[in-house]
Design a protein around this ligand. Sequence first.
Ligand code: GAR
Length: 202
Amino acid sequence: MSQTASASAGLRVAVLFSGRGSNLESLAKHMAQDSVPAELVLGISNRPKAGGIEICAARNIPCQVIDHKDFDNRAAFEAVLHEAVTEAQVDLICCAGFMRLLTAEFVTAWHDRLINIHPSLLPAYKGLNTHARALQDGVATHGCSVHYMRPEMDDGPVIVQKQVPVLPDDTPDTLAARVLGVEHGAYCDALDIVIKKMADTA
Ligand code: GAR
């Protein structure tokens, strides 16, 4: 597994998603600007009914469904995933609500070319149900992190974090909505940072 960066010609980006796709849409809008030297060349969903598939269609972004349920194990699923991004000559993979754990082998193969958004201020609240756990702990501040992925779940160098206040009458849903409100800008800011870094080292 190896990739060749083509940052000078604009970064070729794939977005992996499993659901609604609001971060996918925000990244797509961002990369559609002439001032951003990156192109969203491929969307990949591991769920056949993910809302993000329609977002790709509406924006003429090539999209593939690679349903993890069609495979016996993670390695077989990831072999097809790797083939898809390699065929599309992707330089950078952005996970945006992609709810599958990736193996150490895949993550290592895409070292520093694989980033993720997580709805907490990492290293706090790795894993699922971040908003409910933050509320249960009574924290005053919550937020999101965009980070380079490493083999351990929700681990890796943070690129951008954005904070939001936790309000006294918050529920997991109201807090999730407030966090989502800062996720879109955080992911675009992080993408800009990564684009610059990859161009500098190309
Ligand atoms: C976002 O809140 C994202 O941070 C979260 O899933 C949501 C996807 O929303 N990701 C994770 O929980 C990853 N562990 P979207 O489909 O509207 O972008």
